[in-house]
Write a protein of this length. Structure first.
Length: 233
């Protein structure tokens, strides 16, 4: 009978093989694409097993859950990402545990994040999240592409925050390749003004190959490694 460690090892191996194959197909070095394992809703014990398997970066989307996990797993030296929708009145609190905030999608979030960084005496890497939903669609989180320049400038100017690049999620409907090509163009224009914003976070369990082909430097994978999300209250 397989153990949980066996299940996670098998899932991780499959995803690493997929990433290696995607990089081969795109003519890219596999070392150029980082893996962040999305561990939201899964127990700290799973995160510890993943760390034993070589995972160094994990992502969460709920503050209290992530804070408790980070405190319990402080000995592992993991890099923690926040990937959820962000409220301005809770943004400062994230800095207590998040090393990277991938979902900054409006200027209003910048000041509280900077205050949190000052209070905690930490520096935080920021990815600006852009919406790839077509005009007229029911948009999820993400800045309008036209608002990216002002948002990027605000992050760059904030003390304690470092603009590292863009993040996006492919639309629920439509061709992810087309959406990620759009994202790649937006990223290229961002780097014209902010050359150090090198990171492009795109691609999840179902579309990581497409994202790698479009130039993603980081993929965010949960279910393909951890399995179906457990029931939560």
């Amino acid at each position: 009978m397989s153990t949980r460690a066996d299940e996670l090892a098998a899932g991780l191996d499959r995803v690493r093989e997929r990433l290696a194959g995607a990089c081969r197909d795109a003519g890219r070095d596999p070392g150029d694409v980082a893996l962040t394992v999305v561990t939201k809703f899964f127990p700290a014990s799973d995160v510890r097993l993943l760390a034993d398997l070589g995972v160094t970066e994990v992502a969460e989307n709920r503050h209290q859950e992530a804070l408790a996990k980070r405190e319990e797993l402080a000995d592992l030296g993991l890099r923690w990402h926040f990937v959820g929708g962000l409220q301005s009145n809770k943004a400062a609190a994230l800095v207590a545990w998040a090393d990277v905030v991938q979902s900054v999608d409006r200027v209003k979030l910048v000041a509280p994040l900077a205050r949190g960084a000052e209070r905690e005496g930490r520096e935080v890497d920021v990815l600006v999240q852009v919406s790839l939903d077509p005009p007229g669609a029911d948009q999820r989180a993400g800045a309008d592409p036209d608002d990216l320049p002002a948002l990027a400038d605000a992050v760059e100017a904030a003390e304690g925050l470092h603009l590292r690049g863009l993040m996006a999620v492919a639309p629920n409907d439509g061709d992810p390749a087309r959406a990620f090509d759009l994202l790649a163009g937006l990223h290229a224009r961002l780097r014209e003004q902010h050359p150090r914003a090198e990171e492009l976070s795109a691609g999840m369990s179902g579309d990581l190959e497409v994202a790698v082909m479009a130039g993603a430097t980081r993929v965010r994978v949960g279910s393909a490694i951890l399995g179906s999300r457990p029931s939560v209250a």
